[in-house]
Design a protein around this ligand. Structure first.
Ligand SMILES: Nc1nc2c(ncn2[C@@H]2O[C@H](COP(=O)(O)OP(=O)(O)OP(=O)(O)O)[C@@H](O)[C@H]2O)c(=O)[nH]1
Ligand SMILES: [Mg+2]
Length: 305
């Protein structure tokens, strides 16, 4: 009998939601960085085992939006919570919380309110336990969150160390209901290949650039084709435009004598080659679109609404 469950992954920015989904799927379907607000849209990750299919929906980190892009990211969180069987409420193991503090970040309180309003079941996932020094710290985190919501279960884990993931998968399987499978067994995401390539490039920009520069970037794929080279070997040609918000940012992205852009191109090419399993060529351009994060038509053009 075929069964499936839809599971949304929600939480503050940077707690490791996308890392967790990638870890479950066993492949990188959502990009990851040490900067908050890495994920900008809902991204599905599919895990199929025998008759059971788990469809995870990774969402942008919940925050107070500062521009139109931020608003559409928050809308994506709400959309991701519709029609799901359970939510993974991801928090990070942090020594910030003491037993007597009884306080949560505003974004987490708002999400908990949303869970209650929608009468959603939730599993508390305490990620990054590799950062904890003692069991007592973990206990105080569990006590603290339990005061705010009646979680179905609480699972401490580390996405980075791949520790505790099987327990989470088993726990999530309990929410499977009899239903057809919505994806083929070999599917891992709903994202088109072009979008994945754009995201791989944006990930390198997030990794290599600092401060507000990477947050104001969008990547648009101009060309994405596979062809045979003269020697008969296949190659993927990628041409992409990197949009940024200011002339000064453009200079930073290109770097001295084009060094930064070259580095981004090389890193992206390696990732693309790894993912598709064939050679790739990556050509990048940089253009300025002032204040695009507040322009609905551009947000739409970049596929972010
Ligand atoms: N120490 C440690 N770091 C982790 C773990 N899981 C994720 N990280 C790191 O946390 C940072 C954020 O990870 P992401 O997966 O991008 O977090 P996110 O919640 O998806 O972030 P947004 O998309 O911005 O909301 C990255 O630097 C990860 O490498 C973990 O188990 N332990
Ligand atoms: Mg993310």
């Amino acid at each position: 009998m075929k069964k499936s469950a839809f599971i949304t992954i929600i939480g503050r920015p940077n707690v490791g939601k996308s890392s967790l989904m990638n870890c479950i799927i066993g492949q990188k379907v959502a990009i990851v960085s040490d900067k908050p607000q890495t994920t900008r849209t809902k991204i599905m990750g599919v895990y199929t085992k025998d008759d059971n299919q788990l469809v995870f929906i990774d969402t942008p980190g919940f925050h107070k939006p500062k521009n139109m892009l931020g608003k559409s990211m928050i809308k994506a969180v709400g959309d991701g919570m519709g029609d799901v069987d359970v939510a993974l409420f991801v928090v990070e193991a942090s020594t910030k919380f003491k037993i007597d503090e009884n306080e949560l970040p505003a974004a987490e309180l708002a999400l908990i309110e949303e869970l209650k309003r929608r009468k959603l079941k939730a599993i508390l996932v305490i990620n990054k336990i590799d950062l904890l020094e003692s069991k007592e710290e973990l206990l105080s985190i569990i006590t603290n969150y339990s005061n705010f919501f009646d979680f179905d279960s609480i699972i401490p884990l580390s996405a980075r160390k791949k520790d505790g993931i099987d327990i989470l998968i088993d726990e999530t399987m309990k929410f499977c209901k009899e239903s057809p499978h919505y994806f083929d067994a070999e599917d891992i995401t709903d994202q088109p290949e072009r979008v994945m390539v754009a995201e791989m490039i944006r990930e390198k920009l997030l990794r290599c650039l600092d401060r507000e520069v990477p947050h104001g970037i969008a990547v648009d794929i101009e060309k994405f084709v596979e062809r045979d080279r003269a020697n008969g070997e296949p190659i993927i040609d990628v041409e992409a435009t990197i949009y940024c918000e200011k002339e000064s940012h453009k200079g930073i992205i290109i770097g001295k004598n084009g060094a930064m852009l070259k580095k981004i191109g090389t890193m992206s090419r390696k990732d693309i080659e790894n993912f598709f399993g064939i050679n790739a060529s990556v050509k990048l351009w940089v253009k300025v679109k002032e204040d695009w994060r507040n322009r609905q038509s551009l947000i739409h053009t970049f596929g972010l609404d």
